[in-house]
Design a protein around this ligand. Structure first.
Ligand SMILES: [Zn+2]
Length: 42
């Protein structure tokens, strides 16, 4: 099983809260889907 490791660039936290939320959710989705397939985006 692949290790689920999430790394954020410190500058990510300088974005607006809405953008930071998008990045966090996006990265969390990658713990389930390792690609950008239809399943990932859904
Ligand atoms: Zn991605």
């Amino acid at each position: 099983m692949k290790e689920n490791k999430i790394e954020f660039h410190p500058r990510c936290m300088e974005f607006s809260p809405a953008v930071a939320d998008y990045i966090i959710v996006h990265e969390l989705c990658h713990t389930v889907h390792k690609d950008h397939s239809k399943a990932f985006w859904s």
